[in-house]
Design a protein around this ligand. Structure first.
Ligand code: CA
Length: 522
């Protein structure tokens, strides 16, 4: 049976030159539907999927975002469903001869007077949460740390009401790895920089096994340990080593971790939120479980909000190499300087080589769910993903695991598109608020940083009413404009940064830290 249509047929065309539009109605539209312009659907077209607006001869480019997202494998009549099996995917653009810093950015007048309530750190950064993080050097200690964290939460945390949480920074790295391989710098600096995230207040404590390859001093050399101003600068790194002779039995290890934690909890508990300018926000944006609405509703609204953040002097990071690769010319054009464009190209070339080494083809990104949601291939997905970056010039590029070092504005933080790895690398870069858009739906969350989840469709926002923080589907429903939604997100970010809890925080939905380790395992 065909779906009953509750609303008038609604299609969304992004650019005047596009020869396809997507169907916006919940449940899609049945064959025979007459669209507002008079075009009659020849097939049933699911929600988010494309309909041909004109007759497309075989070989013709199929244009969405005024970009060829594919070429027709056969003649496609106007009114037909244009699904991925009818499209040949274009090749990725070569990285030679790209335009560099050629676009003059639109005027973005400064936004002044916006503030939030944050935790000012000794190094000048600002936390949005006050969390004790326990750094680990190796997976071997994870069980002990988990046990200790449970006890800290139940026995100590009630004594320190100004501390939000205690988090064990557990991971699968640290031993059994080729630690001197060139690419091992990526997982090592990622772990180092996560322990320095602004939400942890500069209070670094480490649990080590003792015999692992990643020794505490290698993870956190003396010149990078952030030492809070109250602490003795000669005290060195605060490490509990489980193999130390002093430990007799499991409980001795747990007690040592708890005793060390207490010292850090005392200092964290003495901190209070203070009013700071919106420029202290470091927002990481990414998407996951995308559909064809991602590039129409949620991502353009995030892009609008990204421009507001840049205007307020804040830092916005966008990421996901495989989802910007097909738009590389747009991005190198938007680079503030030729050097920034070169850094973008360097990251893309490195990633191309990494994928090639694994014999990965261009079908590797786009999941079955992406396709079900109307995204035919990575080109179409990329065009919808890039709009999260708004229109500001790109002022800097970070390699995977690198940390912001005074850069502001719009930053490209190079990461894989994998949700958990991207989030992990953005934490390392210094993110204090995370924005995550999704069309298919994911309950994603991080223990280290608040995650604001944005639904691309009202249907998802209704069903997942206690998981999605923002419904950008209202844009497709015609109830809100992209600008209104962007402003709403901007305000929500300031509220969340000031302590308002997101749905993921209320339910304590925490995904694992997942390191990007392109180096060999031994
Ligand atoms: Ca992602």
């Amino acid at each position: 049976m065909d779906t009953v249509i509750s609303h008038a047929p609604l299609t969304i065309k992004i650019h005047d030159a596009d020869n396809v539009a997507i169907v916006a109605n919940d449940g899609g539209l049945p064959a025979g539907t007459v669209l507002p312009g008079g075009l009659v659907l020849k097939d049933k077209v699911p929600q988010g999927h494309k309909v041909a607006l004109v007759d497309l001869p075989a070989g013709a480019p199929v244009l969405r975002y005024n970009v060829p997202i594919g070429y027709a494998l056969e003649a496609i009549e106007a009114g037909r469903w244009v699904h991925e099996r009818l499209l040949q995917m274009p090749q990725a653009r070569e990285l030679e001869g790209l335009p560099k810093a050629t676009v003059t950015a639109p005027a973005l007048p400064p936004l002044e007077g916006y503030t939030f309530e944050g935790y000012r750190n000794a190094d000048g950064s600002v936390g949005t949460r006050n969390i004790l993080a326990i750094t680990t050097t190796v997976q071997c200690v994870a069980g002990v740390v988990e046990f200790a964290v449970k006890r800290i939460k139940s026995e100590l945390l009630p004594l320190y009401p100004h501390v939000d949480d205690v988090v064990g920074l557990e991971h699968t790295y640290g031993c059994g790895v080729a630690i001197d391989a060139p690419d091992a710098v990526i997982p090592i600096r990622t772990l180092r920089h996560i322990s320095m995230n602004p939400n942890f207040g500069g209070e670094v404590m480490v649990v080590s096994l003792g015999c692992e390859k990643l020794q505490p001093e290698r993870l956190l050399p003396p010149d990078v340990i952030p030492i809070s101003d109250q602490r003795d600068p000669h005290a060195g790194l605060d490490v509990v080593c489980l193999q130390d002779n002093e430990h007799v039995g499991f409980m001795s290890m747990v007690e040592a971790i708890m005793k060390t934690a207490r010292r850090h909890l005392e200092r964290l508990n003495a901190r209070r939120r203070e009013t700071v300018p919106a420029s202290e926000l470091v927002v990481g944006v990414q998407c996951g479980g995308s559909d064809a609405f991602s590039g129409v509703t949620a991502n353009p609204a995030v892009g609008f909000c990204a421009d507001l953040l840049v205007r307020a002097g804040a830092t916005v990071m966008f990421s996901e190499n495989t989802e910007v690769r097909d738009g590389i010319a747009q991005l190198t054009s938007r680079a503030q300087t030729p050097e920034v464009a070169d850094a973008m190209i360097r990251e893309m070339a490195w990633y191309d080589a990494y994928l090639k080494r694994g014999s990965v083809d261009r079908s590797a990104n786009t999941t079955p769910g992406n396709k079900k949601g109307g995204l035919s291939n990575i080109v179409e997905k990329a065009m919808g993903s890039i709009v999260k970056s708004g229109s500001a010039p790109i002022s800097g590029v970070l390699a995977p695991g690198e940390r912001l070092n005074g850069q502001r504005g719009l930053i490209y933080a190079a990461t894989p598109a994998s949700d958990f790895i991207c989030g992990t690398l953005q934490l390392a870069a210094g993110m204090n608020v995370h924005v995550f858009t999704t069309g298919r739906g994911t309950p994603y969350g991080l223990a280290e940083c608040p995650v604001i989840k944005v639904a691309t469709r009202s249907d998802l926002a209704r069903r997942w009413h206690d998981l999605m923080d923002v419904n950008a589907g209202l844009i497709a429903d015609g109830e809100k404009t992209i600008a209104e939604m962007g402003w709403e997100m901007f305000q929500l970010m300031l509220d969340v940064a000031s302590g308002r809890r997101t749905w993921a925080e209320r339910h304590q939905l925490h995904n694992a830290l997942v390191l990007f380790n392109p180096a060999p395992i031994t």
